[in-house]
Design a protein around this ligand. Structure first.
Ligand SMILES: O=c1ccn([C@H]2C[C@H](O)[C@@H](COP(=O)(O)OP(=O)(O)OP(=O)(O)O)O2)c(=O)[nH]1
Ligand SMILES: [Mg+2]
Length: 173
């Protein structure tokens, strides 16, 4: 068994003195929960930029990504418009979360200090772009969106709503 890696220190400053610091709910979790410092009711279809009350200074070579919380997504239809949001190593401002309520009917009430997103800190490579006239061959080549199948054009109408079927994924199962 490989020993657990020592955590990387990330400097954090509260701009709201009462907000709990981001916290990993379990030892193996990738994301530390972020809370909002503002109570807000998000109407169906509405988006809002919610403050988290914290600023961080990441070490060079790291970035933090603001990911949605699956429970909020499954229960309430709350998504992040820019998921995952990218927090650059040099950013010293307050981390904000751009939420949207995708539920067509129900509004979602956020109370102060509710957990609204999770922050995943990762090492990121800096690359140097080297321009060439031709790129090397690869198995995928230029095959892009849907080139391996999956989303067929087969569709229909049910209850007045159009649907597209992923029927080709089920073939041969
Ligand atoms: O969900 C997010 C995404 C970004 N940011 C902050 C940190 C990031 O470093 C900065 C800029 O984000 P990004 O580069 O995604 O936005 P942009 O529209 O490209 O702005 P800029 O021109 O400032 O780079 O905003 C957040 O607080 N929350
Ligand atoms: Mg940017």
């Amino acid at each position: 068994m490989t020993p657990a890696q020592a955590p990387v220190d990330v400097l954090i400053k509260r701009v709201d003195p009462d907000v709990p610091l981001p916290h990993y709910a379990h030892p193996g979790d990738a994301g530390a929960d972020l809370r909002t410092t503002r109570s807000h009711v998000l109407e169906p279809g509405e988006r809002a930029v919610l403050p988290t009350g914290v600023c961080i200074a990441l070490p060079e070579g790291y970035a933090a990504f603001v990911h949605p919380r699956s429970g909020l997504a499954a229960r309430c239809g709350v998504a992040l418009v820019n998921a995952p949001g990218t927090v650059d190593a040099g950013y010293r401002g307050e981390i904000k979360v751009i939420v949207v309520n995708l539920d067509p009917r129900e509004s979602v009430r956020f109370e102060r200090f509710d957990r609204i997103a999770q922050l995943v800190v990762q090492q990121v490579e800096k690359v140097s772009f080297q321009e060439v006239a031709e790129l090397p061959d690869s198995a995928r080549a230029a095959g892009g969106f849907g080139s391996t199948g999956g989303h067929s054009a087969v569709g229909g109408t049910t209850g007045g709503n159009r649907y597209a079927s992923v029927v080709s994924d089920r073939e041969g199962q």
